[in-house]
Design a protein around this ligand. Sequence first.
Ligand SMILES: Nc1ncnc2c1ncn2[C@@H]1O[C@H](COP(=O)(O)OP(=O)(O)OP(=O)(O)O)[C@@H](O)[C@H]1O
Length: 329
Amino acid sequence: MDIIKVNRLCKEFRITKQQKGVFSYLFSNQFEIKKAVDEISFGIHKGEIVGYIGPNGAGKSTTIKMLTGILVPTSGEISVNGLIPHKKRKEHAKNIGVVFGQRTQLWWELPVIDSLNLLRHIYKVPKQAYQRNLELFHDVLGIGEFLNQPVRQLSLGQRMRADFSASLVHNPPILFLDEPTIGLDLIAKEKIREFVTTINREKKVTVILTTHDIGDIERLCTRTIVIDNGKIVYDGNLDTMRERLGKYRTLVVKIKENDFNLTMNHVVLMKENGPQKWLRFNKDDLSPSEIIAELMKKYEILDLTVEEPGVEGMIKQIYQGDGKRAVGI
Ligand SMILES: Nc1ncnc2c1ncn2[C@@H]1O[C@H](COP(=O)(O)OP(=O)(O)OP(=O)(O)O)[C@@H](O)[C@H]1O
């Protein structure tokens, strides 16, 4: 049963047409329509952790803003835990928690504990449930260290931990995370990721996460939706993406000779840096030893390694369009 349903969802913005001249846009009355989200459809099950990723300007934030009820769709349907977000804003707010990596939703001048207490009253959280949550936030996020400090005095890592706690005070079944680990060091990132895993396991919280950090996806997401130019270009699990796109390997070879000219079927020269060459091949078509044998006929090899693509590399292939063929979308 899907807790989030999105059907042929669109969002268009009316933007002032670009004109020549620095000030002309001030006086322009010409507009064009930008389709930020273009007929996307998906369903998300209760308890899934979904990575919603794509290049800058792809339409991620616009989608999340519609799912959280901040923006009204131009057309299409959304249902989040049985509600249409922008039509039932108040009830919807009880169902969701939201964390933005770039800004805080806490009261800047107040000690963290006062913010949490305020939220407890706003959402009318029973005392015992609130106590249990504080214990969990303390155990996994270590918020005890800075509960009495005003938010403005916190480090970025501490502020994020406080923001996570605030977003979950009212036990929402759905959590939206927008770049939740941006700017954090590795240890702080790990703490946040561990916390997301814990609340998903223990409270069955459904998580939708936008990120540019591939580590977040590898570590947390059971499913990845890739959006580009307002359209969904991949929706599936990482393993399938790995299987389909991960058959490419790169042979990195260093040769002695200055001239390099290898023409071999199924081998593409991706990059050169002096004597070092990056040759991409599909492991189903060729083995590295076949390429090495061919190279050794013409060149003296000084060094070589075979690189497997990371998730980041695979996602780049999708953005660049290669992946559309490779994953059959
Ligand atoms: N309020 C707005 N008015 C006009 N155009 C907008 C508005 N909000 C977003 N857009 C445009 O819609 C497109 C999608 O923007 P969106 O912010 O959803 O992208 P994103 O995938 O979140 O990007 P990023 O990774 O850079 O945050 C972009 O071309 C953006 O310029």
